[in-house]
Design a protein around this ligand. Structure first.
Ligand code: UTP
Length: 315
């Protein structure tokens, strides 16, 4: 069966990004000039997805409005002959988008469960609204290509530093059955580094068979007292094969501050309008930081050097 549907959970509280996320979904934070969630929608379309469900929470309106027509703005841009800007504003409206509300943010598994009626009895993809992936073939398309061969659920994973396993779902790989494609013994949510079965972490793209919904309906809260998608996937893996596909491209976690800053710089350096100025600014900043580091090193050295007085006092 063809994979045609995607679910984008965007109802989390975004506590790592407060206070910016107090009244606004972190998925709407712009990377240079485009909200993160628009990058995700574009990845879905490139992968051949036809219908997208966005699971929203308290900050539903701005997301809905972003993908809706804005007649007043469009008329204004048209009247002023700003055709390039008009194109940018209009390109977000031509997508088959649906919305559903997750009334309480009870965890990623619970957010995905809200998509049960939308998905029906088909395989589908889950794309986290705060994770950007960059590769020649979009990661969602890579997972769909796997599914066309295996007809099984496939979860994207990526190597992370060992000390960071507690932030992710981690897989216990059994065997590499094709290039970067693993059979998995178990999926463990947020293990401490000493208990982590590997450094392969679940990242924000999943291809799932619809049997996951029955499991999610009966899923007890796990780590952080949340209904964890990882726990449901582990249960699914006991009755039907769930593969893990290692992602070799670049991943940007826009959901935390440093990740957001890095993403903005990386995308800024490729953005035709700002890349030259940004590059010059970074060079300038680099030179200032180097000079500052050198000054600090000199004063640290001077502080350690015994003076005539300290020598006397020591005697
Ligand atoms: P995160 O764990 O990154 O989101 O979930 P969060 O809970 O908003 O983040 P922090 O830790 O408080 O900063 C990954 C994705 O799942 C969605 C989030 O919006 C994010 O895109 N999510 C998470 C939901 O839709 N509902 C939930 O109950 C939890």
């Amino acid at each position: 069966m063809k994979v045609k549907k995607a679910v984008i959970p965007a109802a989390g509280l975004g506590t790592r990004f407060l206070p910016a996320t107090k009244a606004m979904a972190k998925e709407m934070l712009p990377i240079v000039d485009k909200p993160t969630i628009q990058f995700i929608v574009e990845e879905a379309l490139k992968a051949g997805i036809e219908d997208i469900l966005i699971v929203t929470g308290k900050a539903k309106r701005p997301i809905e409005d972003h993908f809706d027509a804005n007649i007043e703005l469009e008329t204004n841009l048209r009247e002023k002959g700003k055709t390039e800007l008009l194109k940018l504003v209009e390109e977000t409206t031509d997508v088959n988008l649906h919305f559903i509300r997750q009334s309480h943010p009870r965890g990623l598994g619970h957010a995905v469960l809200q998509a049960k009626a939308f998905v029906g009895n088909e395989p589908f993809v889950v794309m986290l609204g705060d994770d950007l992936m960059e590769d020649e073939i979009p990661l969602t398309k890579q997972l769909i290509n796997d599914y066309e061969k295996t007809h099984a659920s496939t979860i994207a994973v990526m190597k992370v530093p060992h000390e960071e396993t507690y932030k992710y779902g981690i897989i216990d790989p059994e065997a590499e059955v094709a290039d970067g494609l693993y059979n998995v013994r178990s999926f463990v949510e947020k293990p401490k580094p000493e208990n982590a079965p590997s450094d392969l972490a679940i990242i924000g793209r999943y291809l799932l068979t619809p049997e996951i919904f029955h499991i999610l309906e009966n899923q007890a809260p796990g780590a952080g007292d949340e209904i964890q998608l990882t726990d449901a996937i582990d249960t699914l893996n006991k009755t039907q094969r769930v593969f893990a596909q290692e992602f070799k491209g670049k991943r940007y976690d826009v959901g935390d501050k440093i990740g957001f800053l890095k993403t903005s710089i990386a995308y800024g350096l490729t953005h035709p309008e700002v890349k030259a100025d940004l590059r010059a600014f970074i060079k300038e900043l680099g030179a200032e930081l180097t000079a500052e580091d050198e000054l600090q090193a000199i004063s640290a050295k001077a502080a350690k050097k015994p003076t005539a007085e300290t020598k006397k006092a020591d005697q």
